[in-house]
Design a protein around this ligand. Structure first.
Ligand SMILES: [Zn+2]
Length: 356
């Protein structure tokens, strides 16, 4: 990016993130340390080797990496270690609040104690909250995992609401049906949890329609396939359903051939509630700041529009209203201050795209 001032503004502006996976955020060094400690064999035993292994072939390869990472997490302190790493990185990027997917079902299947992990994570999240860095979890049902783990995921989510959990999520292969999880989402909703689902990433527009209808999804993870269906785009815009867009992830996993042909610009111009997210940053060699910079460069967004995207992520989070409003005021004040410092003007967040 040629504009050094804009870059510094993006680095410094306060951010919120709605779509990132805790297990997919393990730094290579931490993964190597945990693998050694837990005697898990990885296909590489140094950082360079791991980075080569991380290079993407397809979604199946990605799932293999993901499961291998999860195998290294056996004890409560392992979960604390990856959460500390993750939040240190979020703090460095001035990400003040994050809602992260966490696949508790996989860990329970690996023999981890759900209550011990919950206890450990509550302690870690409380400690970071006192430093002004918030994190809440979205335990996700994996469509292609054994059915009983869906039951256990909802149970764990409801047990840990308020302390660590804000929503129930859905992930995994989109060619599997959503219908078997209708009741799980109804139960989560009745219990006061938010509802989110991955859809329209590898799947088409019908996958998005299905999670809206079957799961009552309030936010769509990715959702970029909506760009292929004007009617669906109109529905999403009208209902104001946010899309958690992860541009670099989509390019790495072959959802879009490159950023220039990624549908973010089309969705943004159509007035959809797009947000910018990093998904699995070390695996895709990116960061949330990197995603904002790439978005700014590819679609020629101004500081005002980037601040607007950041504020939107905070607004569409599941934070309790009072807390959210207080944070919104802090963000707005900080955009103005960081704008004065790096761009010689007080940046006022834009509400949407220039076209919509
Ligand atoms: Zn995801």
């Amino acid at each position: 990016m040629s504009d050094a001032g804009l870059r510094r503004f993006v680095e410094a502006m306060p951010k919120a993130e709605l779509h990132v996976h805790l297990e997919g955020s393990i730094q290579p060094e931490t993964l190597l340390r945990l693998a050694k400690k837990r005697r898990v064999d990885l296909p590489a035993n140094d950082v360079a080797g791991l980075e080569r292994w991380f290079e993407f072939r397809d979604f199946q390869h990605f799932v293999e990496i993901y499961l291998a990472c999860s195998k290294c997490l056996r004890h409560p302190e392992d979960f604390q270690a990856i959460t500390d790493d993750f939040l240190e990185e979020q703090e460095r990027q001035n990400v003040r609040y994050t809602e992260a997917h966490f696949t508790i079902g996989t860990h329970l299947m690996n023999g981890v104690s759900g209550s011990e992990v919950a206890e450990a994570l509550a302690e870690t999240l409380g400690r970071w909250q006192r430093r002004g860095v918030g994190l809440r979890l979205i335990p996700d049902i994996v469509r292609n995992a054994e059915f009983k783990w869906a039951d256990r995921t909802v149970e764990w989510a409801l047990d840990n609401q308020d302390r660590t959990v804000v929503a129930l999520g859905l992930s995994g292969f989109e060619d599997r049906p959503n219908e078997p999880f209708r009741e799980h989402f109804a139960e989560a909703r009745a219990g006061g949890l938010g509802l989110v689902a991955h859809a329209g990433e590898h799947g088409g527009p019908e996958s998005i329609r299905s999670v809206l209808e079957v799961c009552g999804a309030e936010r769509i993870g990715h959702g970029v396939a909506a760009a292929r269906d004007p009617e669906l785009m109109a529905t999403l815009a009208e209902r104001g359903v946010p899309l958690e867009v992860c541009p670099t992830s989509n390019v790495c996993l072959g959802v879009a051939p490159d950023l220039a042909s990624h549908p973010f610009g089309a969705l943004w111009d159509a007035g959809l509630e797009v947000t910018v997210n990093s998904d699995d940053p070390p695996l895709f060699n990116t960061t949330l700041t990197g995603e904002y910079l790439a978005t700014a460069e590819t679609w020629n967004l101004s500081a005002e529009e980037l601040a607007g995207l950041s504020l939107r992520a905070l607004r569409r989070s599941f934070l309790p209203e009072e807390r959210r409003r207080a944070m919104e005021a802090e963000f707005v004040e900080s955009f103005a201050r960081q704008g004065e410092k790096h761009l010689d003007r007080a940046v006022v967040p834009a509400a949407g795209s220039r076209k919509s």
